[in-house]
Write a protein that binds this ligand. Structure first.
Ligand code: GLN
Length: 279
């Protein structure tokens, strides 16, 4: 069988299972199966593939048909300028979260030595991207899950920022160590009831990283409360929020002594990030 026919077979199977990005997903999975990049596929549509490679491709297509996200099948996801190792123990980095990176780089553009805390560090996509950009910054990441922290450590190793990163397994209530120039968090902020209605693919991701309680704000509340204690005066708190949480989160921040510097939208024009300063 040649590449073109294999792609077509895969695409039909994914479409049949209502996978909306069937063509792209097929290309990524066939690239993985034959260990070549996407460009090779497009340039060699008539090239025959080995039976064993096709069988492996078919296995990957079946995984995707069950709605397992492509990032978990390939165990990698591009975020910002880097590639992150991921598996089902971490939330898959979202392009919308890159807004946080842009804001952190903007707010720290004239700073050289800062100590940054990431609450719920996950794969490390936010904190490690910053450490990679700012060679004199140091990062501290906390997370509830030791399996998650292991993945973050794999990524810090891959990116060569190991020696500027400390990781702690802790929930937010028990963490009381240090004072920080900047705190960042992409906490779980989806309402418990909404979680059930989301795309099937999301069910593969750790619920702990998505579930923001009945009103979606329970973790954001805790993050803001703890940040007020751990942040230096004039320190900056940068949060990712749900598209409809701007006003509520603004009020919580103001109550805890933060000044709202700006609210930033993501590429779909949804409010996604709040930048605030501790007075
Ligand atoms: N933005 C993510 C989503 O919509 C949610 C991330 C989060 O809860 N922190 O899937």
């Amino acid at each position: 069988m040649n590449i073109q026919t294999a792609l077509k077979k895969g695409r039909l199977k994914l479409r049949y299972n209502n996978v909306s990005s069937a063509q792209l997903d097929c290309e990524i999975l066939l690239s993985k199966a034959i260990n070549k990049d996407k460009k090779f596929l497009i340039l060699n549509l008539n090239k025959e593939i080995e039976k064993s490679d096709f069988n492996y491709f078919d296995f990957l297509i079946n995984e995707r048909s069950k709605r397992k996200p492509v990032a978990y099948i390939t165990q990698k996801k591009d975020f910002w300028k880097y590639e992150f190792f991921v598996n089902e123990n971490v939330l898959i980095p979202r392009p919308d979260t890159e807004v946080l990176i842009e804001q952190i780089l903007e707010i720290t553009k004239n700073k050289s030595k800062l100590k940054i805390l990431d609450i719920g560090v996950g794969s490390g996509c936010v904190l490690l991207s910053i450490l990679k950009e700012k060679k004199n910054f140091r990062g501290i990441g906390i997370d509830l899950s030791i399996k998650t922290l292991k993945i973050c450590r794999i990524n810090s190793h891959k990116l060569g920022v190991d020696n500027r990163l400390k990781l702690y397994k802790s929930n937010i209530d028990n963490f009381n160590t240090g004072k920080y120039d900047l705190i960042v968090s992409n906490p779980p902020y989806i309402k418990k009831n909404d979680l059930k209605c989301l795309e099937k693919d999301i069910k593969f991701e750790p619920a702990q990283a998505l579930d923001g309680g009945v009103d979606g704000l329970s973790e954001l509340n805790k993050v803001i409360d703890k940040s007020a204690k751990l942040i230096k005066t004039k320190g900056c708190l940068i949060l990712e929020i749900g598209f409809d949480q701007k006003n509520k989160v603004k009020r919580i921040l103001q109550k805890k002594g933060f000044y709202i510097k700006r609210v930033v939208k993501d590429s779909s024009n949804h409010d996604r990030c709040i930048v605030s300063i501790k007075l």
